[in-house]
Design a protein around this ligand. Sequence first.
Ligand code: ZN
Length: 544
Amino acid sequence: MKYTFILVFSFLFSFQLFAQKSSEEKPNLVVGIVVDQMRYDYLTRFWEHYSNDGFKRLIRDGYNFKNNHFNYVPTYTGPGHTSVWTGTSPMNHGIIGNSWFNKFENQFVYCAGDESVNPVGTTDDAGKMSPHRMKTTSVADENRLFTQMKGKTIGIGLKDRGAILPAGHTANAAYWFHGRDEGKWISSSFYMDELPQWVKDFNDSNKAESYFKVWNPLYDIKTYAESGVDINDFEGGFKGKATASFPYDLKELKNDNGNYEIIKISPFGSDLTTDFALAAIEAESLGQDEYTDFLTLSYSSTDYLGHNFGVNSKEVQDAYLRLDLNIAQVIDYLDENVGEGNYTIFLTADHGAVDVPAYLQSVNIPGGYFNDVVFTEKLENFVSEEFGEDGLIMNVSNGQVFFDYDKMKEAGVEAENLEKTIAAYILKQEQIDKVITRSELTAGSYTTGIQALLQNGFNQRRSGDVLFVLNPATITYSRTGSTHGSGLTYDTHAPLIFYGAGVKQGSTTQRSEITDIAPTVSALLGIAFPNGTSGKPLFMMLDE
Ligand code: ZN
């Protein structure tokens, strides 16, 4: 009797200890940071210049996945943010591009565009946005369901799609920056009828305007030995300034460069995003009760800068050294206001980027520029002649050829015949590397190679009928600046670091995929996986 009592007592005691431990490890707040266009090697290339409190702290105390990749094509911002947060690829979540040709409506649609909602905080169409085209749930949605809507979700991003898609369908709010002549954080009637007072106050504070200042390198530019010379042939630069070189006086340049838009194309866009995110954590009391909250945070100035100046520019290097300080600021703020050990951070990207092909050519590495307008015209002419019928092709975009099935029926053209004829023609064209058809993509499952990536990016209902892949480092873009979109490693290899509550210290060179992030967060919280999940939880980093 006595022993039984002790046994039961000690069992209860240990159970209680266990329960306490797990509730301590379950974070009050998850902050998921997506850095737009961040290549993995930006961590390693600029390592020596980073502070101790930003990227280095996340890696030192957290878990670093060094071989983390996107597992689908196309690697664009909309699909990227969505895949990070839904744990699946365009095959299931349906965000197959930033914009894509909607064959049912015979027009292009924008991934976050929604004509059925109204702008909030502006009268501009920039506010007509919602996640309605995203077919599956975000892990933030699953947290809302799990907590009976008591855990909050706030989405923040310089770009609307970077704010909206991660936060999911049930977010309390998503806010994005409307530049042009307004310089305000805005939202849509999908979330609210009116901006909350704290957002109005932020917008009235002239914070955005305060960033019309001179951009000089953060440290002595002579120490930026990890990037190319400041003046070179591979950068875009700004209107009204002869060379793409420091310093950039934003006040002077703003009128020729879209007014508030220029802040986005400078590291000050990341400063502004940080200011707004910290204001949100405070005003929305994120992480202050036992129900886990989510802040989905997207930094996009890095993308605008990469597109303008290229992967190898001093400007991009400087932007990352400054972003490192923004990350440090966020961690500091969370320590003070949510408490160390009470929050979890993950940091990743939405895609990488290619070195400017003109630069690669200058050092004898194959690369080039693809004229999609000429290609499309030639393809359409070929098909018209071959089948004696115009209009069998509805559209060519994002590396996909869309067929007009009504026209085909009228003309008695079989889909398989059209697929094969077009695929054979495309493969003969300059700069084309690979071609695959709808029939091949729906016949079985590819497990490796570009075929698997194309399949993961292929949504049966929304995608086209023949998909083609350009040669490595071959892009449809200007000869200055970098872009992205392919399945090659410069576009797929992205950072992934977990840090904080529930996360072990460590690192791995084992391959992980972008779609693993959301189920890992689910496992950490003990909540359901996003409903389309195709990735797997990365158990090795969970502190169990
Ligand atoms: Zn992006």
